[in-house]
Design a protein around this ligand. Structure first.
Ligand SMILES: [Zn+2]
Length: 163
C-alpha cells in the first residue's frame, strides 16, 4: 500500500488526501531499536507548481524506542504539524509520496531517545542521576565540560608549540 499522486490529476485548487499507511512501509530491520507501533497518518494538500508538486499538511506516527539511559522501551508519537515537501515532476507518471513521508518521519525521531521525553506515557527516567560521573557522563553540562577540557588541552598544545 502506498500514496501515489498523479501529477495530471491535481486540480488547480489542490488535492486533499488523508488516510494512513501501514507500519510495513517503514521496513525497519528487526534489530533496529525504533519500532513503529502505529500506521503513518497523513492529512495533506497537494498542489502543482509547473514542474513540482508541493505537499503540505500533517503527519503522525507512534514509535517504540529504547531509552539511552535506563534501556527501557517507551513510546513516543512523532507529529509533524506543519509538514512540507517539494517533489520534482520528472515525467507525468504518478509519484509515490510514501518514501518521502517515511524518510521525514524517521528523521524526526530523537537521535538520543530518553524515556522522559516520550509523549505517550509520561514518566521520569528511573536511571536519572544513578550513574556516577566516572562510569557515565550525565547530561550536557558534563559533556560540555569535557569538550572544554579538550579545547583547553588543545590550546595548551598550541601555546606550547608557539613558545
Ligand atoms: Zn529512561
Amino acid at each position: 500500500m502506498n500514496l501515489k499522486i498523479d501529477p495530471r490529476g491535481i486540480p488547480s485548487e489542490g488535492l486533499h488526501v488523508e488516510g494512513q499507511l501501514p507500519v510495513t512501509i517503514f521496513a525497519l530491520s528487526e534489530d533496529d531499536p525504533a519500532r513503529p507501533v502505529s500506521p503513518l497518518q497523513y492529512q495533506l494538500t497537494v498542489l502543482r507548481d509547473e514542474n513540482d508538486i508541493i505537499v503540505h499538511g500533517h503527519l503522525a506516527a507512534t514509535f517504540e524506542l529504547t531509552c539511552g539511559r535506563c534501556a527501557d522501551r517507551f513510546q513516543t508519537r512523532v507529529e509533524l504539524q506543519t509538514y512540507g515537501l517539494d517533489v520534482e515532476i520528472e515525467n507525468e507518471d504518478p509519484i509515490d509520496l510514501t518514501i518521502y513521508l517515511r524518510e521525514d518521519i524517521l528523521l524526526a525521531l530523537p537521535t538520543y531517545p530518553r524515556c522522559e521525553t516520550g509523549n505517550v506515557t509520561p514518566r521520569e527516567c528511573p536511571a536519572e542521576g544513578k550513574f556516577s560521573p566516572e562510569t557515565e557522563p550525565l547530561g550536557t553540562e558534563l559533556d560540555e565540560a569535557a569538550d572544554r577540557n579538550v579545547w583547553g588541552t588543545l590550546d595548551q598544545l598550541n601555546n606550547t608549540k608557539r613558545n
